[in-house]
Design a protein around this ligand. Sequence first.
Ligand code: PPS
Length: 567
Amino acid sequence: MTPNLVPIPELYVSWDSARKLKREAGDLVSWDLTPRQLCDLELLMNGGFAPLTGFLDRADYDRVVDEMRLEDGTLWPMPITLDVSEAFAEGLKPDQDVALRDPEGVILAILSVGDVWTPDKAREAERVFGADDLAHPAVNYLHNHAGPVYVGGRITGLQPPVHYDFRARRDTPNELRAYFRKLGWRRIVAFQTRNPLHRAHQELTFRAAKEAQANLLIHPVVGMTKPGDIDHFTRVRCYEAVLDQYPSATTTMSLLNLAMRMAGPREAVWHGLIRKNHGCTHFIVGRDHAGPGKNSAGEDFYGPYDAQELFRKHEGEIGVEMVDFRHMVFVQERAEYQPADEVGEGATVLNISGTELRRRLAEGLEIPDWFSFPAVVEELRRSRPPRAQQGFTVFFTGFSGSGKSTIANALMVKLMEMGGRPVTLLDGDIVRKNLSSELGFSKEHRDLNIRRIGYVASEITKNGGIAICAPIAPYAATRRTVREEIEGFGAFVEVHVATSLEECERRDRKGLYRLAREGKIKEFTGISDPYDAPESPELRLETEGTDVDFCAQQVLLKLESMGLIAA
Ligand code: PPS
């Protein structure tokens, strides 16, 4: 492959036009971009997603979903769509201009509206991600986060999104192309990653550069990765810590503000196209590239080498050569890393999986030198203290009158008695007085209430405190959203207070069940509104015939077994 290092077309207008358009755009209907849309827009505007010129219109979308191709036949595996609410979509007309704003309200681009349609999300999930299964992060996103309507249309770029972090490490496709041109790099192999680099990665990238006789671009994703991943601030500090292990004359690192979908094979092809746009000639595809983890039946969504297979099939069209690797393992006798398929018989193979690494970090255990670099481990330990020092959330859910608040109170007192971390109780009634006083009990309002609780709990967890929540939280999807938000910062311990409806009604502490039965309270959980019992909570408490103290003890034991409080 020869690199194409001439500038790639961007969607930005000149500085002068942008200034003028921005002034006029103040009067336009505007859409506040979600974090994912913000990432997509940046790569659309700077040519990272070339040849796309905007968010997909319907014909392009349909063919991308079904055949991985745009309407004109060009290979493109990922639907890049602008999802909006029904209310917003209602007023839109074809060719209307819409101002796209960042979270601070700055207008970044103008969208000239093309098609507006309601997609079949189940079909998108099946075709693009291989299964309509909420265990897949992108399918979950599609059903539980993305708006119900898509708006296609061309983009006029006014300015790139502003980043305040690691500015010197972020490059547009044209900046990287210019850099390669300037240094005379003609063969460039890109390494994509969403994890810190350990010794296996170093070996793999060295080998790839040697094999391809190419310069190396370490190109980590700092946009959106898999929920639960190590945050990009920590990762970039880790990357910087290992960069001096690489020869600076032949290697460089640049950060990519991509929102990953974890779509395995399709994602690998997409990553290849993006790297071609950034001036690369080769791309490393390893084992389980952009893998989403297990499906709801506990099996892998994709085979470990499906991504390599699909990439190979389309290599010519992608325009980037694949450097494929088997899983790298450490061979003790040779004291070096080797691809698993090259290891001789009888050799002792050592390996620490991602899960095992997280466990060791969480429990403050040793991480051996053969696995990682001391500077990386130090950085990881700094941002991930052992679990017993991290923040966490205990989230009680159950019917009204099930005993949530009483147990939550007892737990709070016991945790405060132990000391060490600040404890906050977000009880249903307290929250409704202080945070959600204007809300009722419709589905929409309950969701909003729980999301507010989740937000406060995630902030508490992030900052090393203990949040105890005790709302009814009747909807599984909303609880899951809250879990995802919190698990980015610390543990989420769901406790189902499983007192039966009959028992709650028999107790009827607040007299509400009687009123609900008489129809005087509408939408009452369990009587005239649904409750999704948690399928696999961390703990289920049977309260009938047991006292509060015993229930609180069970929660403490659970927290202890999870390493969240010292034994
Ligand atoms: S939710 O669904 O999670 O937002 O509910 P939550 O914020 O926990 O509020 C539940 C408390 O409000 C009282 N209440 C009702 N509950 C359920 N359905 C209806 N329609 C309703 N109307 C008022 C009730 O006292 C709940 O308190 P708890 O502590 O759960 O008994």
